[in-house]
Each structure stands twice: as C-alpha cells, then as structure tokens.
Design a binder for this molecule. Structure first.
Ligand code: NAD
Ligand code: UDP
Ligand code: UDP
Length: 321
C-alpha cells in the first residue's frame, strides 16, 4: 500500500546501491542518476570514501547513508545493486571474519529487504568464485576450484555463499535475482595502494619509480574499463526476469603484464624503468572471461580498449599523486 501511494508522487525508480561509495559503486550511482533514478547509496566507508561521491551530494535525487550491511536495513526501493564488500586481497584479508559477514549476513539482509518490498536484486559476484581454475577460459558452467580454508576463502567462499543465498531466495521466495561474476575492472577512483597491477604501475610511473613486473611479465590478464562494466550491470538489471545469471562480465582481450607496463610508461611519458621481481607462488598464468552468455543474453560486449581507458585512469591518478 505504502508503495502504491508513493508511486503516485514519485515516478522515478528508487534504486539502492550498497557499497555505493566504492570504486565501481560510485560510477554506478552516477550512471543511475543520469538515467533518472532516485539513488540511495549505502556504505560503511571501509574501503570507499565520500570523495568518490562528493560530486553527487546535493543532487535532490541522491541520498547517502552510512550503514553496515551486516545489520538489517529497512528502506523502500524498487531495485537493489549489492556491491558492498572489500575487493582487493589486502583489504579483504584485513578483517577476514568481517569480510565473510559482509558477503553472507549482508546478502541475507538485502535479500530479506528485497523480499519485503518485492524489489529486483543484483549481486556483484566475482571471478574468484572459480578459485584457482583448472579450466580456461571460465564459462559460467564451471563450478570452480576453491580452497575453503585458505587466506582467500573469506572472500571467495563468502561470495559463493552469497550466490547460494541469491538462488535459494529465488527458488524459495520467487525473488527476482541477478548475479554478475565480475572480472578485473579498472578506471578512475580505483584504489591507489591496494597492490593491484594497474594502480601499482600507474602510480609508479607517475612518481618516476621503477615499474615492478613480477616474474618475466609473460603472464596475461584482461582488464575491463569501469564504464563498460556499469553498462553490463545496468543491462543485466533490465533483462527479463527469467534471466538470473550467473553471468560473466569482463573484457576478454588479453595483455601480458610486460605489455601493460610498456603501455603505462608510453602513456604517462614516464622515465621509469622496469624492474623484475619474484613471481608470487600462486600467481595464475592467465585469467580471461568467457563472455558468450552476456553477449547472447544482454547484447553486451566491452567497447573501451585499454589504450582508451588507461589515459582516463592515468588522469585520475595524476591529480592525486
Ligand atoms: P571497493 O572496495 O572500492 O568498494 C566496495 C565498497 O563496499 C566500499 O565503498 C566499502 O566501503 C563498502 N563496504 C565494504 N564492507 C561494507 C559493509 N559491511 N557495509 C557497507 N558497505 C561496505 O571495491 P570495488 O572494486 O568497487 O568492488 C565493488 C564490488 O564488486 C565488490 O562486491 C567486489 O567484490 C566486486 N568485484 C570487483 C572487482 C574489481 O575488479 N574491482 C572484481 C570482481 C568483483
Ligand atoms: N531484513 C532487512 N530489511 C527488511 C527485511 C528484512 O534488513 O526490510 C533482514 C532481517 O533482519 C532478516 C533478514 O533480512 O534477518 C532476512 O529476512 P527474511 O524475511 O528472509 O527472513 P527472516 O526475517 O524470516 O529471518
Ligand atoms: N603484478 C605485477 N606487478 C605488480 C602487481 C601485480 O607484475 O606490481 C602482476 C601479478 O603478478 C599478476 C598480475 O600482475 O600476474 C595481476 O595482478 P593483480 O594483483 O592486479 O590481479 P590478479 O592476479 O588478481 O589478476
């Protein structure tokens, strides 16, 4: 009843973004506002910051709420994007118990909320649900190879359990759910000191420090520009109810880490040299998403090449370094 009355006065879609002050979340909030939504951004600022969404504060259609998703949340919304969760190993291993709680208790709370208000709900899952994969590239049909007691388990198993909860709420309570398995994403507002390769290289190049290439640099990765990912998430949310995913989202174009280092040096005009460092013992040789499902169901393919996305990322870091 409440919902019906409020719709008379407000025809905008009311969208909750948990983790909205983070790297990806802040871009998603921006996009949803541009699409004419009323956006409620919920964040506990563990790895996110108000700086990421400062430019949105003051918009009459943007609301910021400090809240930890491991606690219940009672709000009225039409759609929920659940992004709250630290994403980089140094962040999620800082307080691993809290990481699991964020994924699992967080999922239960937002699913309970979605059930009460009949909202559509999307989970930001991860390629890490595949663990240390024995199949390349990974399709959604692959069940993964995860160590349940290792240092990464708080993240990997937390995200796997969140997926389980999403599908059980779907089967048991008929919730409209969507699960996106996100692969390496980069762009402005990514963390400058989380040890990930893109931010490391860009910051090192801008400071004129050596770029630390682990191993011989022949291992490959694929990098998705954040605007492409956000487009994928928005399309997934808008897809027919029968399409729940899980669906891979990432850029399948592979680069060697050595090539990435060269590109960063060229684009920054840096005098930095490349310095070899030992390869971490569990470093995968290759990580590449199979995005055939996203292409078929959502008509989605990434369109921003590394040569286009890297300069925008470099500009962002240039202002902060
Ligand atoms: P991020 O750390 O920048 O964003 C996560 C946000 O969640 C932060 O703002 C943080 O403060 C908030 N948060 C953490 N715990 C919370 C809690 N208990 N309650 C409320 N807010 C909380 O990371 P990101 O790269 O923007 O990642 C966003 C989502 O996408 C995460 O769920 C992550 O697992 C997923 N993901 C990201 C990548 C990537 O390459 N960046 C890859 C795979 C999956
Ligand atoms: N919940 C919430 N907001 C809501 C409705 C529920 O945070 O608007 C939380 C509530 O704390 C509950 C959880 O979501 O523990 C799961 O809710 P559900 O209705 O599925 O289960 P139950 O209340 O029966 O545990
Ligand atoms: N890497 C590197 N130098 C760095 C940081 C990372 O050569 O300063 C390499 C790392 O060994 C890996 C790749 O870059 O092969 C991607 O590392 P990252 O931690 O960013 O992501 P993931 O391994 O999870 O894909």
């Amino acid at each position: 009843m409440t919902q019906r009355v409020s719709r008379v006065y407000n025809t905008r879609r009311r969208v909750l973004v948990t983790g909205g002050a983070g790297f990806i979340g802040s871009h998603l909030c921006e996009r949803l506002l541009a699409d004419g939504c009323d956006v409620l951004c919920v964040d506990n600022f563990f790895t996110g910051t108000k700086d990421n969404i400062a430019h949105l504060i003051g918009s009459p259609h943007f609301e910021l709420m400090r809240h930890d998703v491991t606690f219940p949340l009672y709000v009225e919304v039409d759609e929920i994007y659940n992004l709250a969760c630290p994403a980089a190993p140094i962040h999620y291993q800082y307080d691993p118990v809290q990481t699991t709680k964020t994924s699992v208790h967080g999922a239960i709370n937002v699913l309970g909320l979605a059930k009460r208000v009949k909202a559509k709900i999307l989970q930001a899952s991860t390629s890490e649900v595949y663990g240390d994969p024995q199949v390349h590239p990974q399709t959604e049909a692959y069940w993964g190879h995860v160590n349940p007691v290792g240092l990464r388990a708080c993240y990997d198993e937390g995200k796997r359990c969140a997926e389980t909860l999403f599908f059980d709420y779907h089967r048991q309570h008929k919730l409209r759910v969507k699960v996106a398995r996100i692969f390496n994403t980069y762009g402005p507002r990514m963390h400058s000191n989380d040890g990930r390769v893109v931010s490391n290289f860009v910051v090192q190049a801008l400071k004129g420090e050596p770029l630390t290439v682990y191993g011989d640099g022949s291992q490959t990765r694929s990098f998705c520009y954040v605007d492409d990912l956000v487009e994928g998430l928005v399309r997934l949310m808008a897809s027919p109810d029968e399409f729940t995913g899980p669906v891979n989202m990432g850029n399948p174009v592979e680069f060697t880490i050595g090539e990435l280092a060269q590109q960063v040096i060229a684009l920054t005009g840096s005098k930095s040299r490349i310095e070899g460092k030992p390869l971490p013992s569990d470093d995968p040789r290759q990580r590449q998403p199979d995005i055939a499902l996203a292409k078929a169901k959502l008509g989605w393919v990434p369109t921003v090449a590394l040569a286009e996305g890297l300069p925008k990322t470099i500009d962002y870091f240039r202002k902060g370094v």
